[in-house]
Design a protein around this ligand. Structure first.
Ligand SMILES: NC(=O)c1ccc[n+]([C@@H]2O[C@H](COP(=O)([O-])OP(=O)(O)OC[C@H]3O[C@@H](n4cnc5c(N)ncnc54)[C@H](OP(=O)(O)O)[C@@H]3O)[C@@H](O)[C@H]2O)c1
Length: 315
């Protein structure tokens, strides 16, 4: 079956590989970008051009996705929607205006617009483990496996106007987005399915960084394409990690690169602490048909790619 995707966030780390994978899978892709220049950069990227998508690829330039009715035209004829366009926990600016408000408003606007678009069959929203554990709350007790059932409550409306920092605004936005999406599904009972992926930032960066792994893009595409109740609403995408052990793993696999100084332990790595968090990723493993990579494996993939890019021996 081929789908007509609407994908947001395609200039980003998560969204771009999803766009490429959707095109490579033979699907039609409409994507949103905030400026013409960004749309040109995406459509002319060598990974996109290599697929020669022709009329299967179109862009919609939308400077403000939070504007009233912003998604209406872009959703016409779309069957599957992947929302990976959302501010990250980047410092700078007012966290309420730049992170919390756009995240929550765009999520609500997209779901409302999807109700008005009869072609839409599934919406997948990229969320984060931060929306589950919050910012600044005590870590969950050891042995607790995080899941939709363990979410910290988001701030009650009215929305907070001030946040301590970008991370607090990000965690609150992700928590509010999860709460609002679930409330939307309960209250409006849409004819389309809604799923969110809850990922661990660092682990996700590493598993998606490995060209061989690409767990994130596969999860988003499969979550979008799998039918009906087969896909649950909360998809954990978090590999276990122990930051303190990572350098030793690399040193064992690539001793010559370490001896040559290509890889060297940094002070930041030595000082890193690991929160022992486990997120229930069983549904994603079923969806992918294999276990998620451990952080060690994913890290070794990235290290091997780095050596390959440098043109030095992988040893
Ligand atoms: N990377 C991870 O490890 C990770 C882990 C957990 C969850 N996530 C989630 O995955 C999603 C994508 O993350 P990413 O790592 O791909 O981030 P990224 O590389 O920073 O890309 C963010 C994307 O969102 C768009 N965007 C940012 N603010 C926006 C706004 N106000 N309105 C519309 N579009 C906006 C950006 O467009 P512009 O180019 O126009 O700025 C860009 O395309 C986010 O929801 C993030 O919370 C990521």
């Amino acid at each position: 079956m081929t789908a007509t995707f609407l994908i947001t966030g395609v200039t980003g780390f998560i969204g771009f590989p999803i766009l490429v994978a959707a095109l490579a899978g033979g699907h039609t892709v409409r994507y949103m970008a905030r400026t013409e220049e960004k749309a040109r950069a995406v459509s002319s990227h060598p990974a996109v051009r290599a697929l020669a998508p022709g009329p299967r690829l179109a862009s919609v330039v939308l400077p403000d996705a939070a504007a009233e009715g912003a998604f209406d035209a872009a959703l016409q004829g779309a069957t599957h929607v992947i929302r990976a366009g959302s501010p990250g926990p980047t410092p700078g600016g007012d966290p309420a205006a730049h992170i919390f408000q756009p995240t929550v408003r765009v999520a609500a606007g997209l779901l409302d617009a999807a109700l008005r678009a009869p072609s839409v069959r599934r919406v997948v929203v990229t969320s984060s483990i931060a929306g589950n554990i919050g910012a600044g709350e005590p870590p969950p007790p050891p042995g607790v496996t995080l899941s939709a059932a363990t979410r910290v409550p988001p701030p009650e409306p009215p929305a907070p106007l001030r946040f301590r920092d970008a991370h607090e605004a990000y965690a609150a936005a992700k928590a509010a987005e999860l709460r609002d999406t679930d409330a939307f599904v309960r209250a409006r009972q849409p004819r389309f399915g809604v799923a969110h992926t809850c990922s661990n930032g660092v682990a996700l960066a590493l598993v998606t960084g490995g060209g061989a792994a690409a767990a994130a893009r596969r999860t988003h595409l499969r979550a979008a394409l799998a039918g009906g109740a087969a896909v649950p609403a909360d998809l954990g995408l978090a590999a276990p990690c122990d930051f303190g052990a990572l350098f030793a793993v690399v040193a064992r696999a690539f001793p010559r690169a370490v001896a040559a100084g290509v890889f060297a332990p940094t002070r930041a790595a030595a000082a890193a602490t690991t929160l022992p968090l486990a997120y229930d990723s069983a549904d994603v493993e079923r969806l992918l048909g294999r276990p998620l990579k451990t952080l060690d494996e994913a890290f070794l993939d990235v290290a091997a790619q780095y050596l390959e890019a440098l043109g030095v021996e992988k040893a």
